[in-house]
Design a protein around this ligand. Sequence first.
Ligand SMILES: Cc1cc2nc3c(=O)[nH]c(=O)nc-3n(C[C@H](O)[C@H](O)[C@H](O)COP(=O)(O)OP(=O)(O)OC[C@H]3O[C@@H](n4cnc5c(N)ncnc54)[C@H](O)[C@@H]3O)c2cc1C
Length: 414
Amino acid sequence: MRRYSAFAIAREAARHHLGWERAWRSPAPKARYDVIIVGAGGHGLATAYYLGKNHGIRNVAVIEKGWLGGGNTGRNTTIIRSNYLQDPSAAIYEKARSLYETMSQDLNYNVMFSPRGVMMLAQTQHEIRGYQRTAHANALQGVATEFISPRRVKELCPIINIDGPRYPVLGALWQARGGTARHDAVAWGYARACSDMGMDIIQQTEVTGIRREGGRVVGVDTTKGTIGCGKLGIVVAGHSGVMAERAGFRLPIESVALQALVSEPIKPVMDVVVMANTVHGYMSQSDKGEMVIGGGADGFNNYTQRGSFHHVEETVRALVETFPIISRLKMLRWWGGIVDMTGDRSPIISKTPVEGVFVNCGWGTGGFKAIPGSGWAMAELMAKGHSPLAEEFSMTRFREGKFIDESVAAGVAH
Ligand SMILES: Cc1cc2nc3c(=O)[nH]c(=O)nc-3n(C[C@H](O)[C@H](O)[C@H](O)COP(=O)(O)OP(=O)(O)OC[C@H]3O[C@@H](n4cnc5c(N)ncnc54)[C@H](O)[C@@H]3O)c2cc1C
């Protein structure tokens, strides 16, 4: 595949952009692959990419029931940070964040990583103590964060109302190298690199069954027929429970809708990401000028990729009190994604009771930031049977009581 470069852009501009190749192939499925990944979201594609790049396993298919990146990967608010409390979480999220730093160069695809800084506001005494504790933990983990004063918050984000009517801003946990990236581009960049390595990305094809012989996976049934495989990775986020059932085991996952919305575009007003977890809303400004807004997850299980009215009202109310200047903005689009929640709000990257079947799920409301680290760990686990980054995230932790509790630590996990 031809590399993208400034020279290529100039050349194509001169010939009316007629010479660009398709970014990835759309092949018919082969009869058998060494590895099949179900789900062409960021995590599935990153798993395939690192299987090829780090382990030389390239006879791989990624099977997607819709279009690639059309799940949560293309629906999220793109916050990237690694300021988690627990050691295993900080390790995998920081690995991911560091891979984002060079992702555009590694993939030869501009994913628009913007390390503009992420602040999580402390608006209660409890939050101050919690975030100071996280800052100390991060220092020990080698993750660069600091607890900053309300004055510094105002300097970094002048449009914030630090005197808030209900909850004044008392400080913030600040990660200067956190930020955002273009979500579709992350999926597209990985897809292009996988296709370039000879892997097949098969869209509009649902995996409807998992074939086993003697307790071992031998293939999958799909809407385009049966396809054989040596190993299978289930990476389907909100549909993990459904796929696990098809493989004959259960996962401790609940699926709920999480919603987001964007405003009409305006001139640049903020160049950091702000998360206000007590009032519950978070906001950043996209390069197009839209204010990107996210809120809480639905309190009931469902599979509808839609927002619900009471949440959007709560979220917008929270943000109007934090950023009064947005009170007269019109909202352009509003959508939801189905997120996969575990009880301890930490992911599962694990072998399963079926030999050859691996699962990667449970990223819930916060897995975009983890995509490269998760793919790295899942690929290592599938290739070698063991990954130091994934070790603590086995599904057996729920039976053994070895939870990695990030729900209390973060309050919110995006
Ligand atoms: C509104 C919203 C805001 C968010 N904000 C953030 C944020 O700011 N920061 C952050 O880090 N995270 C955020 N997240 C979470 C993040 O988007 C997800 O954790 C992450 O994208 C999950 O990626 P994935 O690849 O696991 O899943 P997905 O991108 O959902 O991909 C799974 C794919 O599997 C496919 N699939 C399912 N079943 C089958 C089947 N049977 N056969 C074939 N294919 C199948 C689906 O079609 C889908 O494309 C947010 C999520 C939402 C919904």
